[in-house]
Design a protein around this ligand. Sequence first.
Ligand code: MRU
Length: 356
Amino acid sequence: MKIDGKSYKTIWFENNLVKIIDQTKLPHQFVIKDLKTIKDSINAIKTMEVRGAPLIGATAAYGLVLSIIENNDLSFLKKSSEELIASRPTAINLKWAVDRMMKKLNGINEKDILKIALDEAKAIKDEDEGFCKNIGLNGLKIIEEISNKKKGTVNILTHCNAGWLATIDWGTATSPIYHAHQKGIKVHVWVDETRPRNQGANLTSYELNEEGISNTVITDNAGGILMQRGQVDICIVGTDRTLSNGDVCNKIGTYLKALSAKDNNVPFYVALPSSTIDWSIKDHKQIPIEERNSEELSHVEGIDENNEIKKVRIYPQKSKSLNLAFDVTPAKLVTGLITEKGICEASEKGLKGLFK
Ligand code: MRU
């Protein structure tokens, strides 16, 4: 997708370096950062310079490439893979990508290992781009149907950033929106600000602006009243891990939006590539929910009138806080899953019908 009219992907490999767009600087500064070592890659994931389930996976894959460039020893590679998996616990794409790379590299000799690692990391990146494009083409049909029925602008509510910045290109939840816009369908997006890190306000609104798509940032608590007023036609969100029974783990606050959507008969869709499906666990209580630094809650960052980025505390130093980063929306609240292979019911039967 485009920034200042120029097309970018979120990650690429050049001259033995991994290039990323530093998302902690957006929307105020557009900075391309070099990752030189495995430590840089782990740090980029931990500090959320890169974030979003599919992009975390691709960064981990390229992290292993950097690990091989640094030190060809197998024990170093194994340690790198373990540290990568531990860097953020909830998004399953991270483990999925590391496991896929390690399986591919198993038994490969020193002479060939770098080339094979690079090819596999590129395959993961290219595959995700294709998956997200197809998610868009499949989801487009739903937006098109609403538009034909309504004969007016389709109002879509989204949470967090499941946009192109969270993937390699297109995004998951945003891909149907970009495809609809390119087809000339009138869309408007309600963007949940997504406290505490404000991925909606900082990233989703930013990328929609760059693509010329009408959007309005709202507080996380505003979705309910907008739905009661009939101002939301459809919710589309992303996911960090979807269980085989259709339960969806995503950014904190997604569950409350789904409850609200159910109460107001607003369709609630989740967009995901198959790399986000966790076939291994059955009970959502087994999903490790990331608990992040309380400073993300107690402080906000923004730009002042002198264009300087400032961070300020917003509540008493003494106050305790709890910063859970994800929640789980039960399958019964999900209208459907939009995947690269088609749209299915949020259930084992639905997912197996497409993927097994
Ligand atoms: O903590 P983040 O910013 O990595 O969380 C991102 C999300 O929750 C996204 O909705 C999810 O990863 C899907 S991204 C296509």
